[in-house]
Design a protein around this ligand. Structure first.
Ligand SMILES: Cc1cc2nc3c(=O)[nH]c(=O)nc-3n(C[C@H](O)[C@H](O)[C@H](O)COP(=O)(O)OP(=O)(O)OC[C@H]3O[C@@H](n4cnc5c(N)ncnc54)[C@H](O)[C@@H]3O)c2cc1C
Length: 310
């Protein structure tokens, strides 16, 4: 029997949270819907209530606020390139945003939805009948991980392309839950568990992303995918260097959470690469093999360090 579906358009943050609490966890917030709707279509998300956030104006805008550059969670990926302040301060965010999906996706998708998009795996992002034919997997309705041949852990991968760029820039997020506002480092919201990849309360609404200003930071971004449009990442890397030589190496697409390695441009590069390689728990759940993606970690990091050293 088809369950009754509800679609609520929230006019304010309080409205959205009230609707979420009333739905007793059987809901999903929706911004651009480019991730949510595909997961629902494939039967990977069976919540019966959608709470639309797009009318909440306080979630929009890009501006300097105190010591931070603020990007509202509802900012559309395609529109980021038209922000003078973003282009001047942190062009790598625009580069990352413009690497997402296709033009059509980017004209609808938001940056908030991007950092919160669902982890992916070849054995999860399939139709209901396909997943049923293999007995489902740990991430949805099954009891073992198919990709690893039966492990009791899920290695679905973080595929957000903006998250590594933002984390390389020391970004934080603000979210509202019930009546309280919280500010946390972006990397701290990811758990590393592919089944429940984030530790935000289910009723939390991400309001904005805050990037510290005046960091004197340079960042290099690379993305591996089969086609230069449409495809999700098989490996994204963002490597930043401050004027003092401090490095942040951030990878996505090779672990359920972002892999973050800190160091200095004067450290032994082989050691840094080895650390990132070892920290990435990628498995064979992508169209590219695990071995190839792991090798590409070495290539991307050494290219990035070379670029930052010149
Ligand atoms: C063909 C295709 C290709 C794609 N390629 C890429 C790619 O290359 N790289 C990539 O990173 N992504 C890709 N995506 C995934 C997706 O399109 C993007 O991640 C997009 O940025 C998601 O944003 P959205 O606004 O559409 O999110 P939605 O689908 O609306 O939401 C995504 C998730 O975030 C939650 N959410 C959204 N906003 C908030 C908020 N403010 N507070 C709390 N929760 C919120 C939703 O509940 C949901 O769980 C692709 C999708 C498709 C269909």
């Amino acid at each position: 029997m088809v369950k009754e579906q509800k679609y609520i358009v929230a006019e304010s943050l309080k409205d959205a949270i009230r609707a979420a609490v009333a739905s007793e966890h059987d809901f999903r917030f929706i911004a651009g819907g480019t991730d949510v709707m595909v997961n629902r279509y494939q039967g990977n998300d069976n919540t019966t209530c959608l709470i639309d956030l797009t009318k909440i104006d306080s979630l929009k805008g890009i501006a300097k606020i105190g010591d931070y550059l603020r990007i509202g969670a509802l900012e559309i990926l395609e529109d980021l390139q038209f922000s003078d302040i973003l282009r001047k301060e942190y062009p790598v965010i625009i580069e990352a945003a413009l690497s997402v999906g296709s033009p059509l996706i980017r004209k609808t998708a938001t940056i908030g939805g991007n950092i919160l998009c669902e982890n992916r795996c070849l054995f999860f992002n399939q139709s209901e009948w396909w997943r049923e034919s293999i007995g489902y997997c740990l991430k949805c309705d099954g009891d073992i991980c198919i990709a690893t041949g039966g492990k009791n852990a899920c290695f679905s991968e973080l595929v957000s392309d903006t998250a590594p760029a933002l984390i390389a820039l020391n970004a934080e997020i603000r979210y509202m839950d019930k009546d309280d506002t919280h500010q946390v480092k972006l990397e701290d919201i990811y758990t590393g568990d592919g089944v429940l990849p984030r530790n935000l309360p289910s009723t939390a609404i991400v309001m904005d992303i805050l990037i510290p200003l005046n960091q004197q930071i340079e960042t290099v971004f690379f993305k591996l995918r089969e086609r230069k449009s449409m495809d999700f990442t098989s490996l994204t890397s963002a490597v930043s260097k401050t004027a003092e030589g401090k490095l942040r190496i951030v990878l996505a697409g090779v672990d359920p959470k972002p892999v973050v390695i800190e160091g200095n441009i004067h450290d032994d590069w082989e050691d840094l690469i080895k650390k990132a390689y070892k920290a990435s728990r990628s498995v064979d759940n992508d169209t590219y093999s695990r071995k190839y993606r792991k090798e590409m970690i070495k290539v991307f990091i050494s290219r990035s360090l070379n670029d930052l050293n010149n």
